[in-house]
Design a protein around this ligand. Sequence first.
Ligand SMILES: [Zn+2]
Length: 359
Amino acid sequence: MIDEVVRRELFDFCWDVHVDGYTLLKTKTVKNRPPLVRPTRPRGDAEQDVHELDKERSRPALFITSGLPLEAQGFKLRRFAPLAETGLFREFAGTAPTPEGVLAFANKYGLLGGRVAAEIELDRQAGRAAALGEPLSAWRDQIFFIREALRLWEDTRAGNVERLAKVIRKREVSGDEGVEYQAEEHPSNEVGFPCWYEKIATRNVYSDILEAFPPGDLIKPALYLVQRWVNRHLEGNVSPLMLWDKHRLRLQLYVVPHNLLGALWLQLARAIEGDKMYRQCGACMKWFELSPDTARTNRKFCSNACRSRDYRERTAASMPAASRGPSADPPARREKPTSRRQQGKAGASRSRTRKGATK
Ligand SMILES: [Zn+2]
């Protein structure tokens, strides 16, 4: 648990969540301030793309927003450290791309920030002008890309060629041969995921990369695509910064997220870099990173609190008071009033430095 305390101190990039929660609002972006959302449709005719985007901007759409005008004051915020939630990117990847799913995530962890954020029109009658909002469609795209990048990476790790073959294939289009990605079709596409298509490498584009792929191999092309997506989303959402180490003795170079979106993609990048393993907590269902220490890989719970809760619930449900059988949770562990992780959490929220970091 010591490493969690240290990690907490290093990783205290903090993010604010509106305590009163978020809502979905059908509205438009404020004129002349288009949302800086990357177009996520397949690359095609550039002119048509721009035209389509303009049309999209002028059409009302669903936005996730606190509903508070930009100049509002006196509202309550809850601050947390996203990088200390080691499996947060997995929770996001598993979020249902529905209004309910997206709102539930936002109410727990806040808006994504960065390029997804836009200024949106509020009800002008009430004398309010603009608020911060994020298009539901942009959330769906982000869930799609992080979910798909995670799946591709896990498939390459597991050598799951069968699954990879469903989305990565060799193809020749008008004389240009190459390897491409095509997202799996969703039934009637009711979930709203993009039908994303992307050339990974062809003879005309990135021929050197194409030549580096062993014939018939799907693992390398998948990893090149994951690399491209991760970098595309890290760009503008994280920055290298020189910060003091925790003893304030040495200056070190850290990678710091600017927003929640950056933190999520940074977590995925670190997971790939460190070949990290994750598990879903048996009590609260939260994803958490398994320590590389092999003794702990059979850990089933994200925290001592969750392990104790599970133990209490199991004993209360199944054991008559007299006959306590062998238990997975030795009573000694339960005697600690609070876990180190909880103490770390309290410590982090006390010292609210804006600069959070991962090294
Ligand atoms: Zn838990």
